[in-house]
Design a protein around this ligand. Structure first.
Ligand code: SF4
Length: 208
């Protein structure tokens, strides 16, 4: 007869939930906007600032994604990449100064190549628009020429070379601050942790 154990789960819980808890006060900070906010529904950013604890997750699929990132980052480190590199810039909107923060999965300081890693359960519709946009924002912030977007799914490992395209960062930040685009994608509300308390929630239309 087997007996239940929690040794490894507790260790994962301490690490994964602990890291999220550490970020709680930063999530409430009205001056900080993340690059990932710029490629998502603007209202999500506002709800997250009010209810940051609701973002804490210990879902097996996200734990798997975190572990995959850590594994690949170790491989890239041995290839000369810097991993989990924080970058930031300042953007002024209506007399307020916002800090735009991002974290690169990997960056090669010699070639200036930025690497963004995505794990996914599905390999449909790759590369995804918001992932390309996220990488492009990093490229604009660093003034780097190009980046690699790599997907690891249960049945595929594929990567895309993404060239920098000029974007108006200030306008993207303004859309978030003024809460202009909600949701940004038709599928977004179905996956949103705030959907039960959101005035702008829209049910995804199924194809006819
Ligand atoms: S439920 Fe939809 S509109 Fe509301 S915050 Fe989430 S993604 Fe945005």
């Amino acid at each position: 007869m087997y007996k239940a154990a929690t040794v490894i789960t507790e260790a994962l819980y301490r690490r994964v939930v602990g890291e999220q808890v550490e970020k709680m006060s930063e999530l409430r900070n009205t001056d900080i906007i993340y690059v990932t906010d710029l490629v998502a529904c603007s209202h999500k950013y506002h709800l997250r600032r009010k209810y940051p604890e609701l973002t804490i997750s210990f879902e097996p699929s996200s734990v798997l994604g975190i572990l995959l990132h850590k594994g690949l980052e170790e491989v890239l480190m041995s290839e000369g990449y810097e991993v989990e590199k924080s970058i930031e810039t300042h953007v002024e909107i209506g007399g307020n100064r916002y800090i735009l923060k991002g974290r690169l999965d990997a960056y090669n300081p010699n070639t200036r190549l930025v690497v963004e890693v995505k794990s996914s359960r599905s390999s449909k519709d790759l590369p995804r628009e918001h992932h390309v946009e996220q990488l492009n924002i990093y490229l604009n912030m660093l003034n780097a020429e190009s980046g690699i977007l790599v997907y690891i799914t249960p049945d595929k490992i594929v990567e895309y070379s993404i060239p920098r395209e000029k974007i108006d960062l200030k306008n993207l930040v303004k859309n978030i601050v003024d809460d202009i685009i909600h949701p940004r994608y038709s599928w977004e509300c179905s996956y949103c942790i705030f959907k039960k308390m959101c005035t702008y929630y829209v049910e995804e239309q199924k194809p006819q």
